[in-house]
Design a protein around this ligand. Structure first.
Ligand code: DPP
Ligand code: ZN
Length: 888
């Protein structure tokens, strides 16, 4: 396979102005007639037309109605000697029922769906399948009326009617030009929840959420989320809905979370269906984010799209930023907003930081790829969103809104680059630090790796000043040995070490005194910041709100961290202080020679501080739950140069056991105070209380395991049975399973019986077991057994993920076995999945990204397993790229 390089970008040799597609839908043989108007791009030297195709059967090619000569070069259809403008007609067939890759046109539960991003349209017809070729689409769908009563495509329905032999048709016209990756069609037996909403200008829009007949009672939350999204984008950024009708359709077979096809978003059922009996608070919150995300793409992605796939973060980073802001703006108070921010940062640090430090590290705007599907990554999405967030921090919220307005004014209807975006934000704010430092700021797009800030503070009693020295560095990443300094907005506050109160801040040489947080913009390799007017050494609260995606090294004393944990008015750093204390304890215990799992890991000061957080009268339950959640095994492992995953697992389990027993009385109180949240609503306050009560149950069952107590496990089983919503029910089940209690078996059996017809709930049932805490190597045999369950299917991505990924990627303590059996299992599944669905296989292949950090015997065994996969002939480009990079 060959690498595609960003520097090789060339404008297309032809433009496609209009596309008229006619589909005769049939699962075994769908006929596609494609009539296009093309013209030469006069700015490009004359060359033949090369159309992309993939697994198509070609029947006919006509140029201006005449049979034309063409040739095949690999999968490309090449036509020479074309006039400057012409009509091209291509007739092909494809086989949707055999399409297990779920790219292009496929069948799921007797319904046709499409997925075209990034390069799926070429599996439907021959085309210039690249995002900078934007055309107007007219689509006619023809199918059996009984089997496929609903026929949908992008835009507006302009005609429909009956055809002979029980068939019918629908004709759709999309009023906006679009790249091929935004094309979509759906055909099948579906029902819709509908709602009409009025925009600010008084125009009415029809919103629809299409699902299978039995699922209509699970669409209210998705619809509410969609309504909120439409209103929010108009209110916050002045971006209105531009279509008469906006549709969401759910399918249970989908590689991604969802897809932003113009006017016809296609969603994984996981991000649409929810009612209180089947969905948890986390599901509700994810649905809100993903519905928002896809809707916001209507502007940031569809109206203005990417010039080439290297610019993917142009739309994804921006749209993740927009969905994060949307979810925060829907929060009723600052505490709920902070909780959302902490959750987002936790994802970044546990998933993106490892990616940035591993073999797949790539810049937010990559320089090359073999398979673009491999670059739908946390770097493109989450780090990309942080880059946009830093721009907002540098120009202010109002300045950022001006920048967004300018971006859409300048580029509406175009396919553009990350440079165009940054330029628009800077141009709208000519006096900002962003405008002043723009070329340097854009290193965030070009340099991979997570920057490190090494900071230390010196107090000068004589001058009553405190000087913070900050040195930034960034480790080498594949293909990038050295890095230039980044522009880093650093939000800082100072606390009084004695009282914990926030101190006014005066920078040396400045007359103004600032209260609260200040943003210092770093741009040099090393800098010093001096604060004056201080009577004693302050406690610095650095990187408030996680103002930049960096690792901050500061040698805080335990006392300083306890001060921040008790007092920092910045909730992010308050939480972070607790995480640092927990991490420090874990790392010390991991490093300690001959420690056994009986050695206490957490000291009294830490336990007292956690007790104070739990008892705090003002802190919200959701925030308490986050503070009391220990850093994950993955995050702890990232801090180590050499990782013994079993040791990490043992230490963290010991910490959990200690929290359970030392705070037993508090957990009882917390449970009593929070377990009754009344009539179910998924709002942040009551979901925070459910999360904290769930955590309490978990610790109470864990403590019972140590003490032999049967009361709490019994109560937990009862709660599992009586729960009025899935969150409480699942938390209770989880408490029994994760404490390894004997009652878990009957609860699991009952849960399965209750929800056997709810695929998404059965996914949870699988995932909980495959992700459960390992005790003596018992999880792998269980996982193998689960794969033999009649409900298991490797072909359904959600189900495959619920078992295999929950084990290989989500359960390090069970996966990394000294006997290498976890790795053997992994290599077999990667190979097996690769033949069915390369995208899913390549994702799984990444579970061993960090193999080179492992201690022996894990390291050699992991390498061998990767090599075994790499040696397999006929590997997909997707998996090939991942394993080759891992071994490089
Ligand atoms: N559908 C995926 C997303 O919305 C890819 N565009 O992020
Ligand atoms: Zn997206």
């Amino acid at each position: 396979p060959i690498a595609i390089r960003r520097e090789d970008y060339a404008a297309p040799a032809f433009w496609i102005d209009t596309v008229d597609l006619t589909f005769d839908l049939d699962p075994a043989k769908t006929r596609v007639l494609n009539r296009m108007q093309l013209r030469r791009n006069p700015e490009v030297p004359a060359q033949p037309l090369r159309l992309d195709g993939d697994e198509l059967n070609l029947a006919r090619v006509l140029v201006n109605g005449q049979g034309a000569s063409f040739r095949m070069e690999g999968e490309q259809l090449v036509i020479d000697g074309l006039p400057d403008a012409f009509e091209l007609e291509i007739f092909t067939t494809c086989c949707p029922i055999k399409n297990t890759k779920l790219m292009g046109l496929f069948v799921s539960e007797d319904t046709f769906f499409t997925q075209c991003e990034a390069e799926g349209f070429r599996r439907i017809t021959y085309f210039l399948d690249r995002p900078d070729v934007m055309a107007m689409y007219t689509v006619t769908l023809r199918a059996s009326k009984a089997a496929y009563p609903v026929l949908l495509s992008n835009g507006n329905l302009v005609d429909q009617g009956e055809l002979p032999e029980g068939r019918h048709f629908a004709k759709w016209v999309d009023p906006f030009k679009k790249p091929s990756y935004l094309f979509a069609l759906v055909a099948g037996k579906l029902v819709a929840r509908e709602q009409r909403i009025k925009a600010r200008n008084g125009k009415e829009h029809l919103l629809q959420v299409y699902v299978r007949a039995g699922d209509l009672d699970k669409t209210e939350h998705a619809m509410n989320s969609l309504v909120n999204s439409v209103l929010w984008d108009e209110a916050r950024f002045g971006l209105p809905l531009d279509l008469d009708r906006f549709m969401i359709v759910a399918t249970s077979d989908f590689n991604m979370g969802a897809m932003e096809n113009k006017g016809l978003n296609i969603f994984n059922t996981k991000y649409v269906l929810a009612n209180q009996a089947t969905a948890t608070d986390a599901d509700y919150s994810n649905i809100e984010s993903v519905v928002g995300h896809e809707y916001f793409h209507n502007w940031s992605g569809d109206r203005v799209t990417c010039r080439d796939w290297f610019q993917l973060s142009l739309k994804e980073g921006l749209t993740v930023f927009r969905d994060q802001e949307f979810s925060q703006d829907l929060c009723a108070d600052a505490s709920a907003r902070a909780v959302k921010r902490i959750e987002d940062v936790r994802v970044l640090r546990t998933a993106q930081f490892p990616e940035d430090a591993g073999p797949m590290a790539h810049p937010v705007r990559p320089d090359s790829y073999i398979e673009i599907s491999n670059f739908y990554t946390v770097t493109i999405y989450e780090k990309g969103a942080e880059v946009v967030r830093m721009m907002q921090t540098l120009v202010g919220r109002a300045g950022f809104e001006k920048g967004i307005t300018l971006y859409f004014e300048r580029h509406d209807g175009q396919a553009v680059t990350c440079d165009d975006f940054a330029q628009a934000i800077a141009d709208a704010n000519p006096d900002s630090e962003l405008a002043r430092l723009l070329p340097q700021f854009k290193r965030w797009y070009s340099q991979a790796g997570t920057p490190r800030l090494a900071a230390h503070g010196v107090y000068d009693a004589q001058n009553r000043s405190y000087t913070l020295s900050v040195v930034q560095s960034c480790p080498p990443t594949p293909g990038q040995q050295t890095k230039e300094p980044f522009v880093i907005p650093l939000n800082i506050g100072l606390l009084d070490a004695a009282t914990g109160r926030e101190l006014p801040m005066q920078l040396e040489g400045e007359s103004d005194v600032a209260h609260g947080t200040r943003t210092i913009v770093l741009s040099r390799a090393g800098e010093q910041i001096t604060f004056t007017g201080l009577d004693a050494e302050p406690v610095p609260s650095i990187l408030r709100g996680f103002s930049a995606p960096v690792i901050l090294d500061f040698a805080y004393t335990d006392a300083q961290l306890l001060t921040l944990l008790a007092n920092d008015p910045d909730p992010f750093n308050r939480w972070e202080a607790g995480q640092r204390l927990g991490l420090r304890a874990a790392l010390q215990a991991i490093a300690a020679a001959n420690a056994t799992d009986a050695t206490p890991v957490l000291n009294d000061a830490y336990l007292d501080a956690m007790r104070s957080v739990l008892r705090h009268p003002q802190l919200d339950a959701a925030f308490k739950e986050l503070v009391l959640t220990l850093p994950s095994e993955t995050y702890i492992a990232e801090q180590l140069d050499v990782v013994d995953p079993q040791r990490v697992h043992l230490v963290r389990e010991a910490m959990r056991a200690q929290l359970a027993t030392a705070l037993f009385a508090d957990w009882e109180q917390v449970y009593e105070a929070n377990h009754d949240t009344g009539a179910y609503t998924p709002d942040p306050t009551s979901s925070g209380r459910r999360a904290l009560a769930g955590m309490a149950l978990n610790f109470l069952c864990l403590a019972a395991r140590a003490s032999g107590d049967t009361v709490w496990p019994g109560k937990t089983l009862q709660r599992f049975k009586d729960a009025g919503n899935m969150t409480d029910r699942f938390n209770a089940l989880n408490a029994l399973v994760s404490s390894g209690h004997t009652l878990a078996a009957q609860a699991l059996a009952r849960f399965h019986a209750m929800f056997k017809d709810e695929a998404l709930v059965i996914d949870k049932w699988f995932s909980l077991q495959a992700g459960a805490s390992d005790r003596g190597g018992d999880i792998l045999p269980l996982v193998k057994q689960l794969m033999k369950h009649s409900d298991f299917s490797l072909k359904n991505p959600n189900r495959a993920r619920s078992v295999i990924f929950s084990y290989c990627s989500g359960n390090p303590g069970a996966f990394h076995r000294a006997d290498a059996a976890g790795y053997v299992f992994w290599s077999e599944r990667v190979i097996e999945l690769d033949a069915i669905n390369p995208q899913v296989a390549a994702r799984l292949a990444r579970a061993l990204d960090r193999w080179s950090k492992l201690a022996e015997p894990y390291r050699s065994a992991a390498r061998e397993a990767i090599a075994r996969v790499a040696a397999k002939p006929d590997l997909s480009k997707d998996t090939h790229e991942v394993v080759t990079r891992a071994l490089a």
